[in-house]
Write a protein that binds this ligand. Structure first.
Ligand SMILES: CC(C)(COP(=O)(O)OP(=O)(O)OC[C@H]1O[C@@H](n2cnc3c(N)ncnc32)[C@H](O)[C@@H]1OP(=O)(O)O)[C@@H](O)C(=O)NCCC(=O)NCCS
Length: 490
């Protein structure tokens, strides 16, 4: 059995610090014991508390079920995860191994790429030397290369040791991770850049994707160091980001993930940009001049990877506990995701969307915010629905019911998933429904609502009496629900 309760207690405690309320806040309310224990606790507690505990259990089940689509989507896929040498130096890699172990257990094929910058610096310092850099790249002289080789060797051993843990009762219990490494990277010298000889600093020339795939197919985790070899037998010191992006492209990886020092890509006002298309990322890079930031180091490689077949690149903070899992298994994530194409699409609903639409509307039906629609009715009426898809998940829907004889239409079932509200999704759906209504030559669009009256009023609707509803709708009006009737002229 998965060590779920332990993980919850841990994730819940930490999620608060991650500054991501909402979905993550639910995690904090998960039971801290297994099912049986929670039930017996519920039996011995006063009724009020019992309700709370049972609903916490329900939330746990909801949360667990909400993760299922990700588990399906990730199984058998390749993730390339890159992190700097600081993650190992300051002990954060131990936490990361727990997350990697979980991903491996879920069938994700993992390739890790480690950096070694702080370790190289320490070694150079011990020799009273200083690292030299040009545009963020190390200039690797003989001494720096010797330090890079030593540092990578040592890091590899430390990473392998951490991945070999498996103590009973720990998050690594039962883990059986085999680590593979080898001469998978062919490198060539960078040469002279802007008049600066980079000596033993190289760039990736070729990745032996077939050899890496073989290891992954054998359920091994592949660990890559930022070193490459040339056909002449020379060793080159490589940039972590180059190795990671080139490997992700060569493997046609599902995801390339960079763990950085900063939270992700931020906008003009310092706000975290959660989704960027390749075009948007290129625009940002062209406008910004913070050339020494982590984002400037990693974003161009994330863009390059997405342009060459990698489906998603993620830039996330390596300082958020369980940040990797939160990024991968929650809608919002904790960092920035870069995609080749826009991640949200608004489209006509199809019969296979019924499950997703039901998941959106059922909680609101239960609260009495929407009138109940059964699966049968939805199957008959799915042609009237639009859905908003975010990274293959349905996050919004709306329907148009036309009354052509009266040149009117009803906007119904406008719902946005709570995690995606306040970002313009509702307005997008409403505008699209209005466009549909206009194309059908309807003159009035009305809506019945109990809780979102002001939302519609702020968007041009005005309250009218029930008698102004189209005849068919008027005869069905439920006076007990006391919905407000609003109309917009098109
Ligand atoms: C109403 C709803 C569709 C809005 O979706 P959304 O994607 O959050 O909407 P937008 O992002 O376009 O608009 C957000 C703005 O509306 C405001 N808002 C959200 N719900 C509101 C409500 N019920 N009343 C008044 N204002 C509301 C937000 O505060 C925000 O305002 P701000 O930008 O000034 O901060 C969504 O809240 C929802 O699904 N509600 C439950 C279902 C429902 O009531 N549907 C309507 C009847 S069919």
């Amino acid at each position: 059995m998965l060590e779920i309760p332990t993980k919850y207690a841990r994730a819940g405690h930490r999620a608060g610090r991650a500054g991501e309320p909402g979905r993550e806040a639910d995690i904090t309310r998960k039971p801290s014991t297994g099912n049986e224990a929670a039930t017996s606790a519920a039996e011995s507690t006063p009724p009020g508390l019992r309700r709370h505990r049972l609903s916490a259990q329900d939330r746990f089940i909801d949360w667990f079920q909400s993760v299922a689509p990700y588990i399906h989507a990730f199984r058998g896929k390749t993730f390339v995860i890159a992190f700097g040498g600081d993650v190992v130096a300051d002990g954060r890699f131990l936490d990361l191994t727990h997350d990697l172990n979980l991903l491996a257990a879920l069938g994700v094929r993992l390739v890790l790429v480690h950096g070694a910058r702080p370790q190289i610096e320490v070694k150079l310092k011990a020799q009273r030397r200083r690292g030299r850099f040009h545009k963020g790249l190390r200039i690797t002289d003989d001494a720096a290369l010797a330090c890079a080789k030593e540092a990578s060797g040592r890091l590899r051993v430390e990473i392998e040791a951490a991945l070999s843990m498996g103590l009973p009762g720990s998050p690594m219990a039962g883990a059986d991770i085999r680590v593979a490494s080898g001469n998978f990277i062919t490198a060539k010298p960078i040469g002279v850049l802007d008049g600066v000889d980079h000596m033993h600093t190289g760039e990736v020339r070729k990745i032996d994707a077939a050899a890496i795939q073989k290891r992954l197919e054998d359920n091994e985790l592949v660990l890559l160091s930022p070193l490459g070899y040339s056909p002449t037998g020379e060793v080159f010191n490589l940039a972590l980001e180059d190795v990671a992006a080139s490997t992700a492209v060569a493997l046609k990886a599902e995801k390339l993930i960079f763990l950085m020092d900063t939270a992700g890509v931020t906008g003009r006002r310092g706000e975290l940009l959660r989704n960027l298309t390749v075009r948007q990322a290129q625009g940002l890079l062209a406008r910004s001049d913070a050339s020494d930031s982590d984002v400037h180091l990693y974003l161009p490689h994330a863009v390059r990877a997405c342009e060459h077949g990698v489906r998603r690149a993620h830039l996330i903070s390596g300082h958020i506990d369980d940040g990797l899992l939160l990024e991968l298994f929650t809608h919002k994530g904790v960092g920035t995701m870069i995609t080749p194409d826009p991640i949200e699409t608004l489209r006509q609903a199809r019969i296979e969307d019924i499950g997703g639409v039901l998941r959106l509307i059922e909680p609101l039906e239960a609260e009495g915010i929407l009138v109940k629609r059964g699966r049968d009715r939805l199957e008959r009426e799915i042609g009237r629905f639009l859905v908003l898809e975010h990274d293959k998940l349905l996050v919004g829907c709306a329907a148009l019911y036309p009354f052509p004889d009266e040149r009117a239409g009803e906007l119904a079932c406008l719902v946005v998933h709570p995690d995606f509200r306040n970002a313009g999704a509702g307005e997008r759906l409403m505008t699209e429904i209005e466009g549909r209504a206009r194309r059908q030559k309807l003159k009035r669009l009305f809506v019945l609502t109990t809780r979102a009256e002001h939302w519609f009023v702020e968007r041009g609707f005005a309250e009218v009496g029930v008698d102004l509803l189209p005849g068919q709708k008027r005869s069905l009006y439920n006076y007990q629900r006391r919905s407000v009737v609003l109309v917009k002229r098109l």
